[in-house]
Design a protein around this ligand. Structure first.
Ligand code: NI
Length: 199
């Protein structure tokens, strides 16, 4: 990271932290928060567009568990790794996972159009739902899920930029409420076991 990028990131973090409820680099003290507030306020209403071009809201997933991850399609390693772990975990669960919908939400809607998302998600699983939207819709969804993201200049990346973003997988219940989160380093086996508890 160069100096300008550091300063920009720091400034952004200060603003976000001042706004409350935002987390640095995907690190989230969910349990601490649960202990202090009695309930973790993650998730909520969203309106986005799936990889088939259909408008969807949280209502479309009512009665199903959602496994939600935010990232972007040309992320070099973190996003593909996490999506692979997500889909492997569901594979481990087999038919028990039929009520769990894996969802990938882009934080780069400008690049990740419906067509780009459709092409991307199919590489992981035919079950993976890819959601994009307007910049405002994505910002609202990310805020609800407490996901931090920021476009940063990156000369080594295709397009000259990359997206810094939180990397957390959220398990949401059939009522849409947050149940559990899985951080970086969670194996498919651990994730499958973590999900199985609630099925
Ligand atoms: Ni990524």
């Amino acid at each position: 990271m160069n100096k300008t990028r550091w300063i920009m990131l720091l400034a952004a973090l200060i603003v976000l932290l001042a706004g409350g409820g935002w987390y640095i680099n995907g690190r989230m003290e969910a349990q601490e928060e649960a202990a202090s507030s009695g309930e973790v306020l993650i998730g909520g209403p969203f309106r986005l567009t799936n990889q088939n071009g259909e408008s969807v809201t949280e209502q479309n997933f009512q009665g199903k568990f959602m496994l939600v991850y935010f990232g972007y399609t040309f992320c070099p390693d973190v996003c593909p790794t996490e999506l692979q772990i997500m889909t492997s975990a569901l594979g481990e669960l087999g038919t028990d996972a039929s009520n769990v919908v894996p969802i990938f939400v882009t934080v780069d809607p400008e690049h990740d159009t419906v067509a780009v998302m459709a092409d991307y998600v199919k590489h992981f699983s035919p079950r993976l739902v890819g959601l994009t939207g307007t910049a405002e819709q994505i910002a609202a969804a990310a805020k609800a899920y407490r996901v931090f993201y920021q476009k940063v200049t990156d000369d080594s990346a295709t397009g000259g930029y990359s997206m810094d973003h939180s990397s957390i997988i959220y398990l949401m219940g059939p009522d849409g409420r947050f149940i559990e989160h899985f951080g970086p380093g969670t194996t498919p086996e651990q994730m499958a076991a973590g999900i199985r508890k609630y099925l």
